[in-house]
Design a protein around this ligand. Sequence first.
Ligand SMILES: [Zn+2]
Length: 224
Amino acid sequence: MMRVQTREHECWHCSARTGLALVCVNCEAPQPLPPGADLFAVLGLARRLVLDPDDLERRYHDASRAVHPDRHQTAGERDRTLSLSASAAVNRAYRTLRDPVARGRYWLELHGTPLGERNNQVPPALAELVFETQEQLAELRDASDPAAARRGVQAAHNDLSERLQALETELEQRYAAWDAAGEADTPDALADLKRRLSDIAYLRTLLDDVEEALDAVHERGKGD
Ligand SMILES: [Zn+2]
């Protein structure tokens, strides 16, 4: 498991103590990321599944400003290189952590149990919804009544969106419960997280397919 080093770091430029800061508090030189720094540490956050979006936004803006390459243009080569890599890390941290699903996937990675490639097995709890959606799509493909088929697919689209929304809400409720109980990195929580994220990934893919099918019908309609 990766751990952030907690020993004091010294600024490579002026030797002031920098701790885990991205730029030196004394001379503002951008600092190399500590070895093993995770994306939470990049924004000065503790590892937790629940994040306050406003706090995250503020940290992101402060950090981007501090490390922005424009600020270090006139500095030496090393400052410029470090500011570019720090900027990239800050952007990646923000993009990953602001989205609860991306954050969950990253959490699995951090704990050495990544979600992996898309699996094609229908999640049992979603089987009925998946089956109905596929039926609607099939009807759309060889429809004798295109308008009715389109309405069917549109209805399936709405059902999928609602279900996905519900799964994402439940996910965040689990985050809060796991954090509060200090259980977010137990094997049980990680297994449950993985299953939930896998279900969500499956529904997102299916929803994309449905949207593609609706777009295709729309395009065909224009040609008539
Ligand atoms: Zn310094």
